[in-house]
Design a protein around this ligand. Structure first.
Ligand SMILES: Cc1ncc(COP(=O)(O)O)c(C=O)c1O
Length: 402
């Protein structure tokens, strides 16, 4: 006996990759380079070591479910500064939920928002295609219908909410938006974010903006869901109505193992999320919360990391100049390369060059027209040091160039 919806979920992309490469031997005597996973290899800021050690006694306590006030205050200050928000818009007591990484929180967003019915029918969850895999699993487990919005070159690699049929919007309970996007690195501009917020309010659905790559960008800092709420400022006491944003320390601060992030936005939804987490969420250990506070209060390490990513994209464009449609993304740290057939390319790269990348089709679903928008792509994460990255990029070019 089990929940039969689990049978509908495909294996996770990394499991599919393991299965694809199970019998493929990489070349002997060449160091393997793993670019399939978005796990930053830049050093974690060493100032968190002493914070973890100083707070050793706290491992003996159940942590407060929503963290100490000092952590939420640091987050509120960070948000206000980063997105230039009006004073008081984010109240650390009402508008912030501390979460153990955003993956779980993005999953819970569907449990939080999807009712039994909307507009007398099965509720819908909108999401971009390609997407972050969790959105699909969350929608399915919440018993919603998934509607995929194309996010390929024809729409600037972001979904076009304006083109969604009003009959679909009536039934929409939740819409995921990811900016900068994984895997394409595209950015939703302020106009698009405002339009999405307005639609969410008009049709009463929740807009969940996944901003976990917000600090890794090429030119100007990308706007976020809260920038749009501040811009709209319609005089309502709840400025974040219908909107939740998701932020993580994993990519910003190179600490994916710390499992630390937050959700901010609509106070009513935050209260319900905290209730849901009381039942099914893990609190962050107190030493981790204190280390998180120190990380949100420091920008130096974030700037250093951003510079390193920019240097790696400079290098990528130099080495992959004119091939595989390589472009500098607005943000995030992925190369999204059009190689013709992503699975074949991933297999060849592993067999011939010892470089592991993810086939793009594992990050997307076949759409109504029968095509998978990720099929011709591979995703390579530029998460290593510059010399390893140079080596990997040269191997990719040598192996795949026709
Ligand atoms: C788009 C996107 N959202 C959310 C996450 C989850 O990050 P974390 O759970 O480490 O905060 C990831 C991780 O790869 C991601 O790529």
């Amino acid at each position: 006996m089990h929940n039969n919806i689990l049978d509908q979920l495909t294996d996770y992309p990394f499991d599919r990759l393991r299965a694809l490469l199970r019998n493929v031997e990489p070349p002997a005597g060449r160091p393997q380079i793993h670019m399939q996973i978005g796990e930053p290899n830049h050093p974690a800021p060493d100032f968190i070591g002493p914070v973890l050690v100083e707070n050793m006694a706290d491992w003996g306590c159940y942590p407060p479910p929503n963290g100490p006030d000092t952590l939420r205050a640091a987050i509120a200050e960070w948000l206000a500064k980063r997105y230039d928000l009006p004073a008081g818009m984010i109240d650390p007591a009402r508008n912030i939920a501390v979460v153990s990484g955003t993956r779980e929180a993005l999953f819970m967003a569907a449990l939080l928002t999807v009712p039994e019915q909307k507009a007398g029918a099965k509720p819908i969850v909108l999401m971009p295609n390609p997407f972050y895999q969790v959105y699909v699993g969350a929608a399915a487990m919440a018993r919603a219908e998934t509607v995929l919005l194309p996010a390929g070159p024809e729409t600037g690699f972001q979904p076009d909410f304006a083109s969604v049929d009003p009959a679909i919007l009536e039934r929409t309970a939740l819409a995921y938006l990811n900016s900068p996007a994984n895997p394409q690195g595209s950015i939703a501009d302020l106009t698009m974010l405002e339009a999405a917020v307005e639609l969410a309010r008009r049709y009463d659905f929740v807009l969940a903006v996944d901003e976990c790559y917000s600090e890794i960008y090429t030119a100007d800092p990308p706007p976020g869901g809260l920038s749009a709420c501040a811009k709209i400022a319609d005089g309502s006491a709840e400025m974040c109505r219908n909107v939740l944003v998701f932020h993580s320390l994993s990519k910003r601060s190179n600490v994916p193992g710390l499992r630390s992030g937050f959700v901010a936005g609509d106070a009513h939804l935050i209260a319900l999320l905290l209730r849901l987490r009381q039942y099914g969420g893990a609190q962050l250990p107190l030493p981790v919360m204190n280390a998180s506070e120190a990380l949100w209060r420091d920008e130096t390490h974030v700037e250093q990391s951003r510079t390193l990513y920019r240097e790696k994209f400079d290098l990528a464009l130099e080495i992959l100049d004119g091939v595989f449609g390589a472009t500098r993304p607005g943000g995030a740290f992925y190369l999204w390369l059009d190689v013709g057939d992503g699975e074949t390319a991933a297999e060849r790269l592993w067999r011939e060059a010892g470089v592991r990348v993810l086939p793009g089709e594992y990050l997307a679903q076949t759409d109504a027209s029968g095509s998978n928008p990720g099929r011709s792509y591979i995703r390579a994460a530029l998460v290593h040091d510059i010399e390893t990255t140079r080596d990997a990029l040269n191997r990719i070019r040598e192996t795949l160039e026709p």
